[in-house]
Each structure stands twice: as structure tokens, then as C-alpha cells.
Design a protein around this ligand. Structure first.
Ligand SMILES: NC(=O)c1ccc[n+]([C@@H]2O[C@H](COP(=O)([O-])OP(=O)(O)OC[C@H]3O[C@@H](n4cnc5c(N)ncnc54)[C@H](OP(=O)(O)O)[C@@H]3O)[C@@H](O)[C@H]2O)c1
Length: 199
């Protein structure tokens, strides 16, 4: 099975990359500053280029995308567009491109997070895009053809990035291993339209 991991040098993406490579899959790691597989999910042409240059893929997993961290009172319209362009439309565009290039019965997995349904100060703009992505996956998964599946992983704060004894959005951080199990589930189980949460 050939898998593309986007955001492959990040906290979550590097763990996904290493875990699936270790399990014997053929894994390609992509991110903006990659020498071999550069991709910018804010640019649809850049997404398409990756799919054109790589062999036919069975799965794509995205662990890239950002948004503005600010209190509500300081958030400008432009601040919201950062997350809308990056984490939201970056992943939506990835779905639009991947659905045309993936092998039959291929798997697409996106990443959101706990902020879709739990409050954390300064994270309103992230909550907005995470919630939108959950609704998108819920609906868009019904219209994918050729058996292509679409799921989203929503992890809590990852231990290491966040200290073990401090709550984030009302919950203690989770180990990266617990998050990786959700990506494995999305890849290997015959599920679609699911929001796989761990927090
Ligand atoms: N870490 C956590 O605790 C946590 C918890 C829940 C959810 N999340 C979510 O999970 C996602 C990944 O988080 P992370 O902490 O693993 O991120 P990270 O450590 O900051 O890594 C981000 C990765 O994505 C790449 N990247 C950034 N912007 C990109 C773009 N526009 N196009 C393509 N690649 C891009 C980066 O490499 P380049 O800079 O080379 O592009 C890097 O490989 C984020 O959406 C985050 O909100 C994170």
C-alpha cells in the first residue's frame, strides 16, 4: 500500500510517517520545505503536482494546517482567513484533488483536534475551522466515488508539545501513540465519514 503523509516532519505527521513505514507500507512524506516532495496545501496546484509526480497512491493522510491564535477581541477578519485558507481549505482542497488521483477504495484522512468541541482561550479561530471540517467530512464522505473513504482524526493536545500536568481545552494531553491508533483505524478499517476522537 502506498501512502502520502502531508506534514511529515511535524509532531503528528512524523509519528504517522514512522509508524506506517515501520509497519511495512510504502510511505511518502511531504511538507512545504521538503527537498523530495514539496507541497503547500494552501495551493491547489501544489497539491495536484504531488499526485502527478508520485506513483498511484492508496491513501493520503494530512497532518498540516494552521490558524491564528488570539483572543476573540483581537481577531480580525484577516486572522480568520489564515485558518480558513490553511487548515480548512487546505484540507478541503486536498480532498478535491485526492479523490481524482487515489486508487479505487482509497483512503483520505484529515486532522482537526479537540478544539472543535472544547474551549481553550485564544483558540477561537482554530475551533471554527475544526468544526467546519467535521461537518465537511460528515457530508462530503457521502459523495465520494470509486469507494474512496474520508475520515478525520481529532486528537487532544499531544504530550510533549503540551506538559502532562496541564489541561488543554479541559483535558490532559494524550500520548502520540493514542493519536496514531486513530490514523491506523482510519486507514485499515472500512469506515467513512467518521470523526475519530481521542481526548
Ligand atoms: N500537536 C498537537 O498537540 C495537536 C493536537 C491536536 C491537533 N493538532 C493539529 O494537527 C495538525 C498538525 O499539528 P502538529 O503539531 O503536528 O504540527 P507541526 O509540528 O507544526 O508540523 C506541521 C507540519 O506540517 C507542515 N506544514 C505546515 N504548513 C504546511 C502547508 N501549508 N502545506 C504543507 N505542509 C505544511 C510542516 O512542514 P513545513 O513547515 O516544511 O511545511 C510540518 O511538517 C495541526 O492542524 C494541528 O492543529 C495538533
Amino acid at each position: 500500500m502506498k501512502i502520502l503523509v502531508v506534514g511529515a516532519t511535524g509532531t503528528i505527521g512524523s509519528a504517522i510517517y514512522n509508524s506506517f513505514k515501520g509497519a511495512g507500507y510504502e510511505v511518502f512524506g511531504a511538507h512545504r520545505h521538503s527537498d523530495s516532495h514539496p507541497i503547500d496545501i494552501t495551493n491547489k496546484e501544489s497539491i495536484a503536482n504531488i499526485f502527478k509526480t508520485l506513483p498511484k497512491l492508496d491513501a493520503v493522510i494530512n497532518a498540516a494546517g494552521t490558524a491564528s491564535w488570539k483572543p476573540l477581541a483581537e481577531l480580525t477578519e484577516e486572522d480568520y482567513y489564515v485558518g480558513i485558507q490553511s487548515k480548512l481549505m487546505g484540507q478541503v482542497n486536498l480532498v478535491h484533488v485526492a479523490k481524482d488521483y487515489l486508487a479505487d477504495k482509497g483512503s483520505i484522512t484529515l486532522t482537526t483536534g479537540i478544539l472543535a468541541e472544547h474551549y481553550e482561550p485564544n483558540a477561537v479561530a482554530l475551533s471554527l475551522v475544526n468544526g467546519a471540517l467535521h461537518s465537511f467530512v460528515n457530508a462530503a464522505s457521502n459523495e465520494l466515488e470509486r469507494g474512496i473513504r474520508l475520515n478525520v482524526v481529532a486528537p487532544g493536545a499531544i504530550l510533549g508539545d503540551f506538559p502532562a500536568d496541564q489541561k488543554f481545552a479541559g483535558h490532559f494531553p494524550i500520548s502520540i501513540e493514542k493519536a496514531i491508533k486513530l490514523y491506523q483505524q482510519a486507514l485499515t478499517e472500512n469506515i467513512t465519514g467518521q470523526i475519530l476522537k481521542k481526548y
